[in-house]
Write a protein that binds this ligand. Structure first.
Ligand code: ATP
Length: 745
C-alpha cells in the first residue's frame, strides 16, 4: 500500500487547494518557521479522524478552517483528502484508489467520506484499524512529540505499543463483545423479571385448569351415570304405564256396560216410580252417591298432584339452601376476580395525580363491593320465594283434605241411607222388586270397579309425578352434561332394569345427586380460562426459550472475550519481545553501545477484564484486584551510570525516543510514517545515523519528514518547499535539494 497524495484546501494556513504527491519512499517538506509545515502533518491526522482539536492546535473545529487574511477571504469549509493506492486490494474495497476525506464546517460539524460516499467516523476507524493505521498514533510523530513515548505513563505506553503492534483491532472487538455482554445480561434480567411477574398468574390459571379438567372427568362420569339411569327409568316408566293401561281398560269397559245395564234398569224402575216412592228415592240417592264419589275422586287426584308439587319444591329448596349458604360465603373464584379487579382499580388510582379520576375510581370500587354483597344475597332471596310457594301449596293441600273429609262423610251418609232403603225394599220380598235387586247388585259391582279404578287412578297420578321428575332430571342434567344427555337411549345396558331392583336405581340417583353438587361447587371457569392459560403458558415457554438463547449467547460471548484476551496477551508479549530486540539494536547504533529494553510492569486497575486471564479466572477475580500490565522503559547508556529516563539530556532523550519509535515501526511497519522535526535535536554525527535509519525504515514504510536538517533532506527522493507570502497563506512547491536548503533557512 502506498500513500499517493494529500489534498488540502481551506484547512488552516492552506487557503487554496494544495496537492502533495508522495512519489518517493522518503518525501521531505521544508520551509521557514511558521510557513505551515506542521499544518501538513496535522492535516493527515485530521483526515484520519483525529478527534482531539487540541492536539491539532485548535480550540474549536472552526480554528481548523482558513481564517482569511487581508487579501484572501476566509473559507467556510476545511477539507483534506488522503489518497491511497489500492491496486493490491489491501483495503477491502474493489477500487484501485481509496480516498479518505474529512470536511469541517464553521458550525463545527464534521463529515467523513470514503471515495466520496459519506460514512460514519466509526467506518473510518474500522477501515484504518484493519490496515494498521490509527488516528493519533505512533506513526505521526508531531513536532516536539518525539519523546511522547518517553513521557507517557506505563499504561499509555502500553496503549501505544499495542497500537503499533496492530492489536487495537482485538481491543476493539473485546470492547464490542463486552458491550454486547452487558446488553445480554440486561436482557436476561428483563426476561427473568417478566417470567417472575407472570408466574403467580400461571399458577392460578393452572389450578383453574385442573379444576376444569376434574370437572370434565366428573361430567363424563355423570354423563354415563345419567345415560344408564335415564334409560332404565324410561323403561321402568313405560312398563308401569302399560301395566296401568292394561288393568284400567277392561275395568273401564266393564264399567261402561254396567252403566248401560243400570241405565236400562233405572228406566224400567222410573216407569213404575210413581207407584213406588222408595224406588224413586233410591234412584235419586244412587245418583247423589255417584256424584259424591266422583267429587271425592277428583279431590283425591288434585291432592295427589299438590303433594307431588310440594315434593318438587322441597327438593328445589334443599338445593337452593345449599347454594344459598355457599353464596353467603361467596365462591373463591368470584372473590379472586373481585380482588384482582380491586387491585387494578387501586393501581390505576395510585398512578394518577388527577383527583377526579380518583373519585371515579372510588365510585367504581363502591359498585364493585355492592355487586359482591348482592351476589351473596341472591341465594337467600330465591330461598324465600320457594318457601312461600311451599307454604301456599301446603295450605291448598289442607283445604283439599278438609273438602275430602267432608265429601267422604257425605258419601258415607248417603250410602248408609241407601243401604237402609235397600234393606226395606228387600224385606218386602216383592217380585216387582227384582229389577231393583238387579240394580243393587250392579251398584255393588260398580262400586267395586270404581274403587279399583280409583286406586289405579292414584297409581296413575304417581306415575305422572315420576314422569315429571324424569323430565326435570333431563333438564337439570342437561345443564351440567350438555345436550349429549339426550342420547341416553343409545346407552348399552349391561343389566336391564327388569333384572335390577328399584333400590339400585335409587342408589344411582343418589350418586348422581352427589356428583351434581360437587360439580356445581367446582366452578373452575370456562373456555376463556383454558384459552388464557394456553396463551400465558406459551408466552412463558417463549420467554424460557429466549432466556436459554440469551444464556448461551452470554456464554459464547464470554468465551469469545476470553479467547480474544488470550490472543491479545500472547501477541502483545511476543510483540514486545520483537520490539525489544529492535530497540536494543537502534539504541546501540545511536549511542554506540548501551542497553535498552521494554518491560511489563504490574499495575492495579479498576476496570474489569485483564486480557491475560484465562476464561475460568475471568469471573473469579475481584475487580479491584485486577492487575494491568503497563510498559516501562529501561535504558543504560554506555560508559555512563545513567539509568532513569529523567536523567537524560535533551539530545539523549531524542535519540532514545527515535530508537524506540523506529523499533516500533520496524516490528509492525505502518504504511507510512510522518516525522515532524524529529531530528531537530541531533548533532551532525547523529544526524547521519538518523539518515541511515531513515533509509532503512523506508524499505517498509513510506516516510514523510518535515525537517530543517540538511542531512535528512539529502536522503529524500522528493522535496517540497512551503513558503508563506503576503497573503499569509501557505504556498507549496516542488524543489530541488539546493533550493530546499535555501528555503529551509
Ligand atoms: P515551524 O517550522 O516554526 O514549526 P511550521 O512551518 O510548522 O513552523 P505551522 O505551525 O505549520 O508552521 O504553521 C503555523 C502557521 O499557520 C501560522 O502562521 C498560523 O497563523 C497559520 N495558521 C494556523 N491556523 C490557521 C487558520 N485557521 N487560518 C489561517 N492561518 C492559520
Amino acid at each position: 500500500m502506498r500513500l499517493k497524495r494529500l489534498e488540502i484546501s481551506g484547512f488552516k494556513s492552506f487557503a487554496k487547494k494544495s496537492v502533495i504527491l508522495f512519489e518517493a519512499p522518503i518525501s521531505a517538506i521544508v520551509g521557514p518557521n511558521g510557513s505551515g509545515k506542521s499544518n501538513v502533518a496535522e492535516s493527515i491526522r485530521f483526515a484520519l479522524g483525529e478527534q482531539s482539536i487540541k492536539s491539532l492546535r485548535g480550540k474549536r473545529g472552526e480554528d481548523l478552517i482558513w481564517n482569511g487574511s487581508k487579501t484572501t477571504p476566509r473559507s467556510n469549509l476545511g477539507s483534506v483528502s488522503l489518497v491511497f493506492d489500492n491496486t493490491k486490494k489491501i483495503f477491502e474495497y474493489d477500487y484501485d484508489e481509496i480516498s479518505l476525506r474529512r470536511d469541517v464546517h464553521r458550525d463545527g460539524i464534521n463529515e467523513y467520506f470514503i471515495n466520496n460516499s459519506q460514512v460514519r467516523l466509526k467506518d473510518i476507524h474500522e477501515l484504518l484499524s484493519r490496515v494498521n493505521i490509527g488516528a493519533s498514533s505512533h506513526h505521526i510523530i508531531s513536532q516536539g512529540e518525539a519523546d511522547r513515548v518517553l513521557s507517557a505513563n506505563p499504561k499509555e505506553r502500553r496503549a501505544m505499543v499495542e497500537e503499533a503492534l496492530g492489536l487495537k483491532i482485538y481491543q476493539w472487538k473485546i470492547a464490542e463483545s463486552e458491550k454486547k455482554l452487558d446488553k445480554t445480561e440486561e436482557n436476561i434480567k428483563q426476561v427473568e423479571s417478566l417470567r417472575k411477574e407472570i408466574a403467580p398468574h400461571i399458577k392460578f390459571l393452572k389450578k383453574q385448569v385442573e379444576k376444569i379438567e376434574q370437572g370434565k372427568a366428573m361430567q363424563d362420569e355423570l354423563g354415563s351415570l345419567y345415560a344408564e339411569y335415564l334409560k332404565k327409568e324410561e323403561g321402568y316408566l313405560k312398563r308401569k304405564k302399560t301395566e296401568i293401561e292394561s288393568r284400567k281398560k277392561p275395568l273401564q269397559e266393564e264399567l261402561k256396560s254396567l252403566e248401560k245395564s243400570l241405565e236400562e234398569a233405572r228406566r224400567k224402575i222410573s216407569e213404575s216410580a210413581t207407584k213406588n216412592e222408595k224406588g224413586g228415592a233410591l234412584v235419586e240417592l244412587e245418583k247423589n252417591i255417584e256424584k259424591a264419589r266422583q267429587k271425592r275422586d277428583e279431590i283425591g287426584r288434585r291432592l295427589g298432584r299438590i303433594e307431588g308439587m310440594i315434593e318438587l319444591e322441597e327438593k328445589r329448596l334443599q338445593k337452593s339452601g345449599d347454594k344459598g349458604e355457599e353464596r353467603k360465603t361467596v365462591p373463591l373464584a368470584e372473590i379472586s376476580a373481585f380482588a384482582s379487579e380491586l387491585d387494578n382499580l387501586l393501581n390505576e388510582a395510585h398512578k394518577t395525580e388527577d383527583i377526579s379520576f380518583v373519585r371515579d375510581t372510588i365510585k367504581k370500587i363502591k359498585e364493585l363491593v355492592r355487586g359482591l354483597i348482592s351476589k351473596s344475597e341472591k341465594g337467600a332471596e330465591m330461598k324465600d320465594e320457594i318457601e312461600t310457594a311451599i307454604k301456599n301449596l301446603k295450605s291448598e293441600k289442607s283445604t283439599l283434605e278438609k273438602e275430602l273429609a267432608e265429601v267422604s262423610e257425605e258419601e258415607k251418609k248417603l250410602e248408609a241411607l241407601y243401604r237402609a232403603i235397600r234393606g226395606e225394599i228387600e224385606a218386602e220380598k216383592d217380585s216387582s222388586r227384582d229389577t231393583e235387586k238387579e240394580i243393587f247388585k250392579m251398584m255393588g259391582k260398580k262400586a267395586e270397579i270404581s274403587a279399583s279404578l280409583s286406586s289405579i287412578g292414584s297409581n296413575e297420578e304417581l306415575l305422572l309425578r315420576e314422569e315429571e321428575i324424569f323430565k326435570e332430571e333431563i333438564k337439570e342434567g342437561g345443564v351440567l352434561v350438555g345436550r349429549s344427555i339426550l342420547n341416553y337411549r343409545e346407552y348399552i345396558l349391561e343389566v336391564s332394569f327388569e333384572a335390577e331392583s328399584r333400590e339400585i336405581q335409587g342408589e344411582r340417583r343418589k350418586k348422581i345427586e352427589k356428583i351434581k353438587i360437587r360439580l356445581e361447587d367446582l366452578d373452575g371457569g370456562g373456555e376463556d380460562v383454558l384459552k388464557e392459560y394456553q396463551e400465558v403458558f406459551e408466552r412463558d415457554k417463549f420467554l424460557e426459550n429466549e432466556l436459554q438463547d440469551l444464556e448461551s449467547g452470554k456464554e459464547s460471548l464470554k468465551s469469545l472475550i476470553a479467547e480474544l484476551a488470550v490472543k491479545l496477551d500472547h501477541d502483545f508479549k511476543e510483540g514486545v519481545n520483537k520490539i525489544n530486540s529492535q530497540f536494543q539494536d537502534f539504541f546501540a547504533l545511536m549511542f554506540g553501545g548501551g542497553e535498552a529494553s521494554l518491560s511489563l510492569v504490574a499495575e492495579k486497575k479498576k476496570k474489569k477484564s485483564d486480557y491475560s486471564l484465562e476464561m475460568e479466572d475471568y469471573d473469579a477475580i475481584d475487580e479491584n484486584e485486577d492487575i494491568e500490565e503497563g510498559i516501562e522503559i529501561n535504558i543504560s547508556l554506555p560508559r555512563k551510570k545513567i539509568r532513569g529516563l529523567q536523567m537524560l539530556s535533551g539530545g539523549e532523550r531524542a535519540l532514545t525516543s527515535i530508537a524506540l519509535i523506529f523499533a516500533l515501526s520496524q516490528v509492525n511497519p505502518p504504511p507510512f510514517l510522518v516525522l515532524d522535526e524529529t531530528d531537530a535535536a541531533l548533532d551532525e554525527a547523529n544526524s547521519r545515523k538518523y539518515g541511515d535509519m531513515l533509509e532503512n525504515l523506508s524499505k517498509h514504510s513510506q516516510l514523510i519528514v518535515i525537517t530543517h536538517n540538511r542531512e535528512t533532506m539529502s536522503r529524500a527522493g522528493i522535496l517540497y518547499g512551503i513558503t508563506m507570502g503576503q497573503d499569509a497563506a501557505s504556498k507549496l512547491l516542488s524543489v530541488k535539494f539546493d533550493e530546499a536548503v535555501e528555503i529551509a533557512k
